[in-house]
Every structure is written in structure tokens, then in C-alpha cells.
Unconditional design. Structure first.
Length: 435
């Protein structure tokens, strides 16, 4: 059986066709998302939903033209963010992405939405969570008047393909919005009401891989969260295997039969009644991109062209001498889920390690240590061993030095997942589970 998977990411949109019996990728293609709407607000991260859906549909059409024997289509995409849909099933807002910072703005009598929710409702939320964004909109009178329901962008793309007027949201995506009971698989409606939000705008939730409808006669299943899809594509349903993902953000996750949460750790709904215990670093792969911009600006000051510096950074790493006395770089440039106010810092600077290659190595180790620290929280609370360590995401796949640092920290060989575009592959696998 051949299935297709579409992954609507923050920076790219990916699609694959898979042969399920052999777990083999027949074809894969990735295109730029290119839908960010530029605004004057530094904290605002919104995208054009029409552009996203047009590009994702064109990519799907290309696959269907090449492989008309595709039997099912699975969907996934960036979690946490939301958009608003009217009664006709049409999107009437931009996509407020997971990177959006309005939840941290001190505009509620000097207090942020995140702070208010944590103080009054005792919920572990963060800026970018869909219902935190919606809470801010409710308090500021910014909810579109015609809004009938909210959902994620992958949910909406499924609506556009199948002609649905209302979204059906998998628990993995619903949980990412906040105000959700992952054990019961439902929104915390009493707390939603207590926060002054109308529960009528909450979407219908399912924990099963239900069919949304059909596109050109091909069944399309409910979209799952990209973290769950990435795990499914890279690891499958295998226990005691820890997945390290480094993309725009960073994540560590492991499969669990039991529910467990701790500061910075979420028990995310998975498939077949299982959970993904997951921790996220907000900066993730962006930390390395921020460092690249630092070197690029210096190169331009020397009169060089505005060109990427990654190749030169890799050459500098190759020349690095003994790194036993490393510069210590904390890469929480965007804060953490637990402490949004946290910022990065550099310590243990010496005459010998204060070099360009020393700074590069320090940033990479900082990126790795963020995820390792989250691992220690999960491991200490659950005892789940590291039998296998799997890496995914282009931020890790393309950086051998970062791979080596993870192996050093975990004292376990890091194996890159066999399937690239893991989230799209996971979407393709997810739709076969319901077959």
C-alpha cells in the first residue's frame, strides 16, 4: 500500500510517498513555506494561511500526478499555533504560530497572559500556545467577530481538502494548544470558561485516527502533531528509544505507557493510548543560526558579501584543538518553557578557549545540553533507560559536530533516523494505522 504524508512546518512544507510494507520512501520533496507576514511588531510571528494551503495542495497534486495509486493521505504540521474559522469553514485570520510572543506581553494591568494563567489557573502554559494566544485576543477584543471555531493549520488544510466546514482535531494537536487534559483527552472547559473564553470556539477532539473525508476519492485521516509524527517516522512504536530532534526548535521525546509530567516536561497524547514524554528547547537549531548571523555581520563589516557562513564555521570546528576546557554557553536565547525570562550567557572564558571555534563549539554544546537536561528530568521521574538514541531534523543531520556532542553527553552512540523528512513520513505511517 502506498500512502502520502504532508508536513506543514514553520519554514518548509514537506511531502513523501511511502510503501508501507517495506517502510520505504518512494519520493520526497520539500519546498519553502514562505508565508510569514512581516509586521512592525518584533514579538509577532504570523503566517498567511492561504499561501500555506495553496503551496501544500500544489505539492500534494504533484505527488498524486506522479503516483495515482496512492491509497491514503496523512497530515501533520506545526503544533501549538491557531487560526480562526467561520461557520462556512473558511479561515478568517492569519496563523498565529508557536513562535508568536503576544502571550508574554505585559498588557493585562502590567501582567502577561502567561503569568495570569499560571497564577490564577495553575496551568503550565507558554507563549505561542493556541489558547494563550486566544486568551490574549479575548482580553484585547481581537477575536474575529465571525469566528466559529479555532484549530491548527494542518487541521484547516484537511478541511480545505475534504470540504469539511468544521475541524476534527486529534488529541496530539489539541493538547498543544494548552488548557487540555491529556489523560482524559479533552479540553479543560471549566478553566477555559474561568479564563473568560467561550468554549463554543473549541474544536471537536478525537484520540483515534479518524478519517476527515476524501480528496479525489482518497481517504484523508485526521492530522497529528508534528512531534508525534516525527517520532512515528523516526522511531515508530518502539519503547526505550529516545528521539533527539533539532530543527527550528529542539525536542527530546520517548514513548511511555504511563502519564508523567514535570516542570518543562509534557505527556503528549500519542497513538494507541500511549504518551510521548517530551521536553522542548525554544531556541533549538535557531541558536546556531543566531551564531551564524553574528559571523555574517562581521564578514560584511570586512567588506565581504552577505553570504552564509556555515561552511566556514564547519572548517573552524575542524581546526579546534582539545575542547576539555570548553567555553560554557547557555543557549536559552528565547527563554525556556518554565522560565520565559531566562536568557543565554557565556562563562568559563579563558585566554585559550576564547576563539571563534571555541564559541562555535560552546554554542553547539549548549544546544545539546538543553535537551540533555530535559532528559535527566524525564529519566529521574520514570526510570526509562536509553537503549537506543536516535537523531532527526536537519539541524542535527547536517551537523556532525553536534551529533558527536550528543553521543558524548548521553554516553550512547547517536544513530540518525533512516527516513529523512521524519514528520512527513510519520504522517504517511499514521494514515495506514487506521486502514
Amino acid at each position: 500500500m502506498r500512502t502520502a504524508g504532508i508536513d506543514i512546518g514553520t519554514t518548509t512544507i514537506s511531502a513523501v510517498v511511502m510503501e508501507q510494507e517495506q517502510k520505504r520512501i518512494v519520493v520526497s520533496k520539500t519546498i519553502p513555506n514562505g508565508s510569514f507576514i512581516h509586521t512592525s511588531r518584533e514579538w509577532e510571528r504570523i503566517q498567511n494561511v492561504t499561501v500555506i494551503c495553496e503551496r501544500a495542495r500544489a505539492l500534494l497534486e504533484e505527488l498524486l500526478g506522479q503516483y495515482p495509486d496512492i491509497e491514503r493521505i496523512g497530515l501533520t504540521g506545526q503544533m501549538h499555533g491557531i487560526l480562526y474559522v467561520n461557520k462556512e469553514g473558511t479561515c478568517i485570520s492569519p496563523l498565529y504560530t508557536w513562535q508568536d510572543g503576544r502571550g508574554e506581553l505585559p498588557e493585562l494591568d502590567g501582567e502577561s497572559s502567561v503569568s495570569w494563567i499560571k497564577r490564577n489557573l495553575h496551568l503550565p502554559v507558554a507563549a505561542g500556545y493556541g489558547l494563550v494566544t486566544h486568551f490574549y485576543h479575548c482580553r484585547k477584543g481581537l477575536v474575529p467577530k465571525e469566528a466559529a471555531v479555532l484549530c491548527t493549520v494542518a487541521d484547516y488544510f484537511g478541511m480545505t481538502l475534504t470540504g469539511r466546514r468544521v475541524p476534527l482535531v486529534h488529541a496530539s494537536n489539541a493538547a498543544s494548544m494548552g488548557f487540555f487534559d491529556s489523560e482524559k483527552g479533552q479540553f479543560l472547559e471549566e478553566l477555559v470558561q474561568e479564563a473568560g473564553m467561550d468554549t463554543a470556539l473549541l474544536p471537536e477532539v478525537t484520540s483515534d485516527m479518524d478519517a476527515l473525508g476524501c480528496y479525489k476519492g482518497i481517504p484523508i485521516t485526521v492530522a497529528i502533531g508534528d512531534n508525534q509524527a516525527g517520532f512515528l517516522g523516526a522511531v515508530g512504536m518502539v519503547e526505550h528509544t529516545w528521539l533527539l530532534n533539532m530543527g527550528t526548535g529542539g525536542q527530546i521525546s520517548v514513548l511511555s505507557d504511563t502519564y508523567y509530567e514535570a516542570p518543562g516536561i509534557e505527556a503528549r497524547p500519542f497513538l494507541a493510548g500511549k504518551y510521548l514524554l517530551a521536553g522542548a528547547s525554544l531556541c533549538g537549531g535557531r541558536a546556531y543560526a543566531i551564531l551564524e548571523k553574528f559571523f555574517r555581520r562581521y564578514a560584511m563589516a570586512l567588506g565581504k558579501q552577505d553570504e552564509e557562513q556555515y561552511d566556514i564555521m564547519a572548517k573552524l570546528l575542524d581546526t579546534a584543538s582539545d575542547q576539555s576546557d570548553r567555553m560554557n554557553v547557555v543557549t536559552t536565547f528565547k527563554g525556556t518553557r518554565v522560565n520565559p525570562e531566562a536568557r543565554g550567557r557565556i562563562t568559563n572564558i579563558s585566554e585559550d578557549n576564547f576563539t571563534p571555534e571555541g564559541l562555535i563549539c560552546g554554542v553547539l554544546m549548549g544546544m545539546a545540553r538543553e535537551l540533555y537536561d530535559l532528559y535527566t528530568v524525564i529519566q529521574s521521574g520514570t526510570g526509562i533507560p536509553v537503549v537506543h538514541l536516535v537523531g532527526s531534523g536537519n539541524g542535527l543531520r547536517k551537523n556532525k559536530a553536534l551529533q558527536d556532542l550528543f553521543s558524548e553527553l548521553f554516553q550512547k552512540q547517536l544513530i540518525l533516523s533512516e527516513l529523512e523528512e521524519e514528520a512527513a513520513c510519520g504522517a504517511a505511517v499514521s494514515c495506514s494505522i487506521s486502514a
